[in-house]
Design a protein. Structure first.
Length: 193
């Protein structure tokens, strides 16, 4: 049974700032060490699809061989999906190939953003190749900043670089309070992928 709250702790003042306005597009970043950054981005994808937006997802690390649950359902919903990654870097046999694949993923993502046919472009796990210097951070930031007015961008990954944070309208940091992996439990189909 939940304890009753003190009535003085219940918010009664409207917390919204004065002068709210509409924006033609937004940049949202989901970062931090916790689980759920891609899941949060997929929630945005679902809301966008429900509004009949054309949506694209570009994955920078996840391999197309993984066939995640998100990819399966999003493809059914008409989301354009590119999984350009080569997988976990610690399993890589050729980091130069991984770097080239990340660069190709950015080229695809830039074309999608600049092409303005999609109202939402998700850059899943883009922070990793940004932080590793595999893709040009100044190009990524400039492309996002100067995007066509109706194109929203969602970027995910740990340690979002300062330039990405600066260009974003919303940044959510997902904390790692507890994770099944540290208790020796493998990623679970349907929950984790």
């Amino acid at each position: 049974m939940m304890p009753e709250r003190d009535p003085d702790d219940i918010p009664t003042d409207d917390p919204r700032p004065d002068g709210l306005r509409r924006a033609s597009s937004l940049v949202v970043v989901f970062t931090g060490p916790g689980k759920g950054k891609t899941s949060a981005a997929m929630g945005t994808v679902l809301r966008s699809v429900a509004r009949d937006w054309r949506v694209a997802v570009v994955q920078f690390l996840k391999s197309g061989r993984w066939r995640t649950g998100e990819e399966k359902v999003c493809r059914r919903l008409g989301v354009d999906w590119w999984a350009h990654g080569e997988g976990f870097t610690w399993e890589s046999e050729d980091l130069d190939l991984d770097r080239a694949v990340a660069a190709a993923a950015w080229e695809r993502a830039r074309e999608l953003i600049v092409g303005s046919e999609h109202r939402l472009v998700v850059l899943d796990e883009v922070t990793y190749p940004l932080n590793w210097g595999w893709i040009d951070a100044s190009d990524v930031i400039a492309t996002i900043r100067d995007r066509p007015g109706q194109v929203s961008v969602v970027a995910t990954g740990r340690n979002a670089p300062p330039g990405l944070v600066e260009v974003a309208d919303t940044v959510s940091e997902i904390a790692d309070v507890k994770h099944a992996y540290r208790a020796g439990i493998r990623a679970k189909r349907g929950i984790d992928f």
